[in-house]
Design a protein around this ligand. Structure first.
Ligand SMILES: [Mg+2]
Length: 286
């Protein structure tokens, strides 16, 4: 304790002495630092409206009890609907079809990492992330799918992860003992990003009791082929009765076709161009 106090006293005296002897030099350093900081803030401010938004969205996903509650709400509803489906007898065996990302697995750490570095999404860094098999689960997901399996319902995972992401994806699902986490029930993207043909494949042998997803193309072919914002909204109105019934939607404020349609699925836009699109589409108070 005495030694620590002594060191602190010497340090304070030395600092005071330096301050007195080199006031001019220190002022210059302070000015240069301020200029450098201003430049950094300015650079960030000119390019990162999109990525600042991503960080904020991921913050909500990672920290808010409201996000957690919405996920529980979705899966509680899924359980109710599954119980109703199980009461109906006859026909083909029952299956539940689910997306994976932001439906079962939480990729927000990847999004945060790239957003704070003001980097756009890219497939190479995404695949580095999925290969780690380190995603946590979305609240309520493991319990629901395990419940479904306990009732004899088969789970199919229909995801637009690529074939070379299969080992990491299975490892991540198996880490949480997810049911049917095997090659036969993991249906990855092969060619088309539309999930319709994979849903039809499941329908050959099963009745699909319900579908879980965070992106509307996880549910219905009407959302395929890069629809516009207005067509997505009108289809959603047409399908009103399906939501909370056969279609169980999980919240995802970070990414999805809603974002793609905003940018007209132009993947070559720079952050500055995206900023312009965002600002042009926001409603401001007057
Ligand atoms: Mg998803």
């Amino acid at each position: 304790m005495f030694i620590q106090s002594l060191v602190a006293l010497v340090a304070a005296k030395s600092f005071s002495s330096i301050m007195k002897q080199h006031t001019g030099l220190l002022l210059c350093i302070a000015l240069l630092t301020a200029c450098s900081t201003t430049k950094k803030v300015s650079q960030t401010g000119s390019t990162s409206t999109v990525n600042n938004g991503k960080v904020w969205a991921s913050l909500w996903q990672q920290r808010s009890a409201e996000y957690r509650a919405l996920c529980f709400q979705a899966y509680n509803l899924a359980k109710l609907r599954l119980d109703e489906a199980l009461k109906q007898t006859g026909g083909k065996p029952l299956a539940v079809v689910s997306d994976i990302d932001e439906t079962i697995l939480d990729n927000s750490p990847y999004d945060v990492q790239r957003a704070i570095n003001n980097r756009e999404y890219d497939l190479a860094t995404w695949k580095q992330w999925t290969a780690k098999a380190e995603c946590d689960t979305v609240a309520g997901a493991p319990n629901f799918f395990k419940y479904a399996a306990s009732k004899g319902v088969t789970v199919f995972y229909i995801t637009n992860r690529d074939e070379d992401e299969r080992p990491g994806t299975l490892k991540n699902l198996q880490r949480y003992n997810m049911p049917n986490a095997d090659n036969a029930h993991l249906m990855l993207k092969s060619g088309s990003s539309s999930k319709e043909s994979r849903r039809l494949q499941v329908l050959n042998q099963y009745n699909i009791a319900l579908l879980c997803g965070d992106n509307l193309a996880d549910f219905d072919k009407l959302y395929d082929n890069h629809p516009t914002e207005s067509s997505r909204n009108s289809v959603t109105t047409r399908l009103t009765s399906q939501f909370g019934s056969k279609y169980i939607v999980l919240p995802n404020p970070s990414y999805g076709d809603w974002e793609g349609s905003l940018f007209k699925f132009n993947y070559k836009l720079t952050p500055a161009q995206k900023d312009s699109v965002i600002k042009a589409n926001l409603r401001f108070s007057k």
